[in-house]
Design a protein around this ligand. Structure first.
Ligand SMILES: [Zn+2]
Length: 540
C-alpha cells in the first residue's frame, strides 16, 4: 500500500471549504431557487462558517444578476466570502471585449472563479481552437481580471480526463492559470467517472509539478465524489468544493455534508475547528426544505435514520456501549440517536431549544415530557420543524401555562366554483370566537388558501390592527409517503412576514386545505406571540 506523503504536514494545513450549492447545486433536477432562497441559503452557509460561497453565474441568467445585486446591498456575510462564477474569454477574442468577463465584473465580488479547458479533446473537438490559443485564453483572462483588482480561483474543467489523455497539456493549462495570477488551481472531475486511487495518484503528481495551492471539485457519477474529494485532500489539495446534500447535475456533486465530518472527525484536520459541526444536521435539513427536495432518511451523518437503532440486539449493545454499532457520536454533527433511551437527551435538547426561543421550561418538568412526546408524535405524522420554527415555538408555548389564545376557530368552509365560461372562484367562510364575540366572515381569494387567509384576517383585523402589516410571502406543498396505499399526506409550509421579521409555519394533513389552515392559523398566532415577547423584552 502507498503511504500518504507527509500526512501530518498535510493535516496541519488550512483546508478551505468552497460551497457551490447556489451554482452547481442549482443544476439539480427539480431545484429552482428564487433570489430569496439563494439569500437564505447563503446566510445559513455563512452562519456555519463555510469559507467560500459561489453565488451563481452573473450574466448567464437574470436571476443570478439580481442575486448579486441584492447580495452586494443587503447580504452581510460575517464569515464567508461570496464568489461569482464564469468562464475564460472566448477563442480569438480579448478578455476586455468578452461579454462573459464583463458579466463577471458586474457581480462586484472580490473573488471570481473562472473555468477553462484542460482536456485537449475539448479544446480541439468542442471549442475547436488550437492548444496554444486555449492557454492564452486562460492566462490573459486571469491577467485581465487581476488588473481589475479581482482575486481569481481557476477551475480546470475535465482535469482528470485531460490528465489521462495528455498529462503534459493538462498541467500546462494549470501553469497558464498560475502565470495569469490565479490564487488556487482547482482540479475538476467534471464527468464524475474517476476512481479514488487514481485521483490520489494524480493529485500527488500535480503537487510535484505545480507549486500552487490546489483545490478539488468532483461529481458523483460513479458514486465516488465524497471519497475522491477526501483522497484529494489527503494527497495535498487545500480547497474542497462541493454542495450541500450533494445537489448537482446528473448524479450530483460531492456532498460537503459527508466530506467535512470525515475530514474533521476521522482524519483530524484541525483547520476545520471553526466550522459549526453541531449545526450540520439542522443546516442540511433547512437547505433541503428550501430546495424542496426531500432529505433521504438514510443520508449519512445527518439523515433521520443515520443513527437509528431498531430494537433487539443492537439496542442492547448500544446501551452498553454506543460505539458497538455507531461509527461516530451523532451529536457531533447535531444529529440524534433514535431509540427509546434517547428520551433523556431529547428532553435536554427540547429544553435547550425552548431557551433559544425564549420559552422558559425546566428540563425535568412534566411540560418538557409533554412537548417531547408531542414533537415525536407530530414527526411521525409527517411534521418537520427545522424550517418551521414558529410552529415549534407555538407547540412549546401551548404546553406551558403562558399561552394566550387570541381567537378560537369554530368553523370554516371553502367553496370552489366554476360557472359556465366564467373564471374559477374561491370563497371562504370562517366563524371565529374572538373574546366573547362570535364573528362570521366571508372572503373571496385567488385560490382556496388565499380566500381562507383573507377571511381569517378580515375577521381579526378589527380587533387586532397589527395584522395589517403582516402578509404571506411563500407557500410550499410537499407530498409525503407517496408510496402509501391510502391517501397521501401533504405538508404545507407557509412563510409570513411583517416589517421586522419573517417566519415559517407548518401543517400536515391528508387534505391540503386543512394542512394550509393549520399553517395559516399558526402564522397568525405566532405573530401575536412574538409581538408580545418583543414587548416584554423591551420592558426589561
Ligand atoms: Zn461542477
Amino acid at each position: 500500500m502507498r503511504k500518504i506523503r507527509n500526512h501530518n504536514e498535510v493535516k496541519m494545513k488550512k483546508v478551505y471549504i468552497y460551497d457551490t450549492t447556489l451554482r452547481d447545486g442549482a443544476q439539480f433536477e427539480g431545484i429552482s431557487f428564487s433570489v430569496n432562497d439563494k439569500m437564505r441559503i447563503a446566510s445559513k452557509l455563512d452562519e456555519l462558517g463555510v469559507d467560500f460561497i459561489e453565488g451563481g453565474w452573473p450574466g448567464s441568467n437574470p436571476k443570478d444578476d439580481e442575486f448579486f445585486k441584492k447580495a452586494a446591498k443587503t447580504l452581510k456575510l460575517k464569515r464567508s466570502i461570496l464568489t461569482a462564477f464564469g468562464s475564460t474569454c472566448r477563442a480569438d477574442a480579448s478578455p476586455a471585449s468578452d461579454t462573459v468577463i464583463r458579466g463577471l465584473l458586474k457581480a462586484e465580488t472580490e473573488y471570481l472563479t473562472i473555468f477553462g479547458k484542460s482536456w485537449d479533446l475539448h479544446v480541439k473537438a468542442i471549442i475547436k481552437t488550437s492548444l496554444d490559443e486555449n492557454l492564452r485564453m486562460i492566462e490573459e483572462s486571469i491577467k485581465y481580471l487581476k488588473k481589475k483588482e479581482k482575486r481569481v480561483i481557476f477551475d480546470a474543467e475535465h482535469f482528470f480526463d485531460g490528465y489521462e489523455n495528455n498529462p503534459e497539456y493538462a498541467v500546462k493549462a494549470l501553469k497558464a492559470a498560475l502565470a495569469g495570477g490565479a490564487e488556487t488551481l482547482v482540479l475538476c472531475d467534471t464527468n464524475g467517472g474517476s476512481l479514488t486511487s487514481r485521483i490520489f495518484e494524480v493529485v500527488e503528481e500535480v503537487t510535484v509539478a505545480v507549486k500552487a495551492p490546489l483545490g478539488i471539485h468532483t461529481h458523483n457519477d460513479a458514486e465516488m465524489a465524497v471519497a475522491n474529494s477526501i483522497a484529494a485532500v489527503q494527497a495535498g489539495c487545500v480547497q474542497v468544493q462541493g454542495t450541500f446534500n450533494g445537489y448537482g447535475e446528473r448524479c450530483g456533486n460531492a456532498n460537503l455534508v459527508s466530506i467535512l465530518p470525515a475530514l474533521k472527525f476521522k482524519l483530524g484536520f484541525d483547520c476545520l475547528s471553526e466550522f459549526e459541526f453541531k449545526d450540520l444536521t439542522e443546516a442540511s435539513r433547512y437547505i433541503a426544505e428550501i430546495s424542496n427536495v426531500k432529505q433521504q432518511d438514510s443520508q449519512p451523518y445527518v439523515g433521520k435514520s443515520a443513527f437509528a437503532h431498531k430494537a433487539g440486539v443492537h439496542v442492547n449493545a448500544i446501551i452498553k456501549n454506543p460505539k458497538s454499532y455507531e461509527h461516530m457520536e451523532p451529536s457531533k454533527v447535531g444529529n440524534k440517536r433514535r431509540m427509546l433511551i434517547s428520551e433523556l437527551s431529547g428532553k435536554s435538547s427540547i429544553a435547550e431549544k425552548a431557551e433559544d426561543m425564549g420559552v422558559s421550561i425546566d428540563k425535568s418538568s412534566a411540560e418538557t415530557k409533554t412537548i417531547l412526546t408531542r414533537v415525536q408524535d407530530m414527526e411521525k405524522e409527517g411534521y418537520q420543524f427545522e424550517l418551521a420554527e414558529a410552529s415549534l415555538f407555538l407547540l412549546m408555548k401551548r404546553a406551558s401555562e403562558t399561552f394566550k389564545k387570541y381567537f378560537e376557530m369554530e368553523e370554516f368552509r371553502v367553496i370552489i366554483e366554476q360557472r359556465k365560461n366564467g373564471p374559477i372562484v374561491s370563497e371562504a367562510t370562517v366563524k371565529l370566537k374572538i373574546g366573547s364575540n362570535v364573528r362570521h366572515t366571508v372572503s373571496l381569494g385567488d385560490g382556496p388558501v388565499h380566500a381562507l387567509d383573507q377571511a381569517l384576517r378580515k375577521s381579526l383585523v378589527e380587533t387586532y390592527p397589527e395584522l395589517k402589516e403582516m402578509h404571506l410571502s411563500d407557500f410550499r406543498v410537499r407530498v409525503l409517503d407517496e408510496r402509501s396505499a391510502t391517501a397521501a399526506k401533504v405538508r404545507v409550509l407557509i412563510q409570513s412576514q411583517d416589517k421586522n421579521d419573517s417566519w415559517w409555519t407548518v401543517g400536515v394533513s391528508e387534505n391540503i386545505i386543512e394542512a394550509s389552515w393549520i399553517a395559516l392559523k399558526d402564522s397568525i398566532e405566532y405573530k401575536f406571540a412574538k409581538d408580545e415577547r418583543n414587548k416584554k423584552g423591551k420592558k426589561k
